[in-house]
Design a protein around this ligand. Structure first.
Ligand code: ZN
Length: 76
C-alpha cells in the first residue's frame, strides 16, 4: 500500500474525527438523529442532531467516497 498523502487542514482530534466531549456536540433538547431518526441529545459539527456512531459512520463513508474519486482521477 502506498503511503497516504496528508491534505492541508486541521489535524484530526485524538481518537476520532470529532471531539464528542465538547459541549458544542451536546444539546439539552433531544431531537431525531439526521441519520437514523432516533432521538438524541448529541449534535454533529454542523449542530444537526446526530448520534456519535451515525455521524462518524457518515464521515467515514464520505472520506471513502472522496478517496475513491481521487483514486479514479489518479490523484492518490
Ligand atoms: Zn443515529
Amino acid at each position: 500500500m502506498p503511503p497516504r498523502r496528508r491534505r492541508s487542514g486541521p489535524p484530526p482530534a485524538p481518537g476520532g474525527l470529532l471531539v464528542w466531549s465538547s459541549s458544542a456536540h451536546w444539546s439539552d433538547q433531544a431531537r431525531p438523529c439526521r441519520y437514523c431518526g432516533k432521538l438524541t441529545h448529541l449534535r454533529d459539527s454542523k449542530r444537526s442532531p446526530a448520534h456519535k456512531v451515525c455521524a462518524e459512520g457518515a464521515l467515514a463513508e464520505q472520506q471513502q467516497e472522496a478517496e475513491a474519486v481521487y483514486r479514479a482521477q489518479g490523484e492518490l
